[in-house]
Ligand binder design. Structure first.
Ligand SMILES: Nc1ncnc2c1ncn2[C@@H]1O[C@H](COP(=O)(O)OP(=O)(O)OP(=O)(O)O)[C@@H](O)[C@H]1O
Length: 486
């Protein structure tokens, strides 16, 4: 029995050949359907999926070539091998030009035919794999439009237009959820690499030991679990753009390797001595102050100067005048509205989680609201408490560092002297209506807010690993309960 069972369709008007070939292939472990004409073959193709089809070229009625044409027109996803008698080689060449993958001249041994059918199946498999990879690389999703009418966003759009065509590395700075990935895609879309791969990696979301293999690839056997050669994302992005999110989290040991690839485009897969060359435009993003990281010895200065040739600064949402209302209406489904109090509250809220949090709040409210109108009752506690506790519209005007002024500090456990004043009252411990999940979520988000969206500091303060914090934030975003314990 051959290694891989193939589902094949054999189309030949010669009864004896068809039958003996069918029997042989079945003995070899394949599944075979036999068709005596093009019409019969098409009816099989309509009903079933095949890996490979073998067409005789000379058939009465519909020839093999006409059948190939129909396969094309009807978009049947099958690899075609042609069988031809003498004198029809030209027709075969034509068939190959139409996308057939191989041809054999009769008489041929059945073993030879089986071998060619196997090759055709492998080719089909590779084609599919390639399509899937392309779909992953291009992510097959539309690039979100960068919404914003504020002066800062207009200036940012102007900068993107200037920076995009240069192919130079770009560094995007901004708090979490401000839209750094949207900006990265905008840069790529406005560059001449728009139709080339756009590949992303988030250094903070991967265990450090995986980042190297993801970025640079590995050779089979180079570590436990490396069961096959694998290209890294630099190779996948070759000719296109690589977006490295949270570049400040790049393990120090990998920083020289990134510097090298940025300097001369050369890299080595883990466990491989062969040097490879790639041409990739790098866009990096960070919500940390990389200069501070350099001073603290966590980030190489030479790497910083390589990646920040052009820097785009993304302001927090609370500093984009007019954009909150614009975004609220943009993400509100058609036919829905906000009542005035809810809209005013949201416009004045300081959105520590930025646009991501805003989208979340709108999505949640549309699930809870009646009659397609969003009211205060549909807003999460951190917003609805603002008015109910102050008795007036909240003052959430923001300092330049993003912290809030105008409310008394009510937090019993201020984080440090620099932490901004609380903008939302603490939950009352012992309140029997509270769930543990609510407490965890509120506490985590509050600490994150107080630390200006800095996830590293937040994780440290909460005494959990940064990756755990990421998982928690993801769960909150998806409306899932926090994990059992912190
Ligand atoms: N200006 C904007 N217009 C439209 N959508 C936006 C805008 N900014 C952000 N978004 C949306 O907000 C969400 C978060 O954006 P994005 O992932 O780009 O943020 P980020 O700054 O990269 O966050 P993180 O630092 O956590 O990775 C996404 O759904 C994105 O499409």
């Amino acid at each position: 029995m051959s290694q891989t069972a193939i589902k094949m369709l054999l189309v030949d008007d010669e009864d004896d050949y068809r039958r003996s070939c069918g029997k042989f292939m079945e003995r070899m472990g394949h599944t075979v359907r036999l068709a005596a004409s093009g019409a019969e073959a098409l009816s099989f193709l309509d009903r079933e999926a095949f890996d490979v089809a073998v067409f005789d070229i000379d058939m009465p009625g519909m020839s093999g070539l006409e059948l190939m044409q129909r396969v094309h027109e009807e978009s049947h996803d099958v690899e075609v091998v042609f069988l031809t008698g003498k004198g029809t080689i030209e027709a075969c060449v034509q068939a190959m030009q139409m996308g057939a993958c191989d041809f054999l001249t009769k008489p041929c041994s059945l073993a030879d035919l089986e071998h060619r059918v196997q090759l055709a199946q492998q080719r089909g498999h590779l084609k599919k794999e390639n399509q899937q990879l392309k779909a992953i690389v291009h992510r097959n999703r539309p690039t979100p439009k960068l919404i914003g009418n504020s002066l800062t966003m207009k200036e940012l759009s102007r900068m993107i237009t200037k920076v995009a065509p240069t192919r130079k590395p770009v560094l995007i700075e901004g708090e979490s959820g401000t839209g750094k990935e949207v900006v990265a895609r905008s840069v790529q879309q406005q560059s001449d690499l728009a139709d080339r791969p756009f590949v992303t990696i988030n250094c903070a979301a991967l265990p450090p030991q995986l980042v190297e293999s993801e970025l640079f690839g590995h050779q089979k056997g180079s570590f436990t679990g490396a069961t096959a050669d694998q290209p890294g994302l630099f190779e996948v992005a070759d000719g296109g753009t690589l977006f490295i999110d949270e570049v400040g989290e790049l393990p120090p040991a990998l920083q020289p390797k990134l510097l090298r690839v940025l300097e001369d485009g050369s890299l080595r897969r883990i466990g491989c001595h062969r040097e490879r060359k790639v041409k990739v435009r790098l866009i990096a993003a960070t919500n940390r102050d990389l200069l501070e990281e350099v001073q603290a010895g966590r980030f190489r200065e030479d790497l910083l100067y390589r990646i920040n040739v052009l820097t785009l600064n993304l302001p927090p949402l609370r500093q984009r005048e007019g954009d909150i209302e614009l975004l609220l209406h943009h993400f509100l489904p058609r036919g829905w509205s906000f009542d005035k109090e809810a809209l005013d509250t949201m416009v004045q809220y300081h959105w520590p989680g930025n646009v991501r949090q805003l989208i979340n709040v709108v999505e949640r409210a549309t699930i809870l609201a009646d009659h397609q109108v969003i009211t205060m009752d549909d807003l999460p506690r951190e917003l609805s408490n603002l008015t109910s506790n102050s008795g007036s519209t909240p003052d959430s005007s923001a300092n330049s560092d993003g912290s809030c002024i105008g409310e008394e500090t009510t937090c019993a456990d201020p984080i440090d002297e620099e932490s901004p004043a609380e903008s939302t009252p603490p939950l009352m411990l012992g309140d029997s209506s509270l769930k543990v999940d609510d407490l965890i979520k509120t506490h985590v988000l509050k600490v994150l807010e107080q630390l200006g969206g800095n996830k590293a500091k937040t994780a440290r303060h909460l005494g959990i690993h940064r990756r755990k914090l990421y998982r928690l934030l993801e769960r909150f975003e998806q409306g899932m309960p926090a994990e059992e314990t912190l």
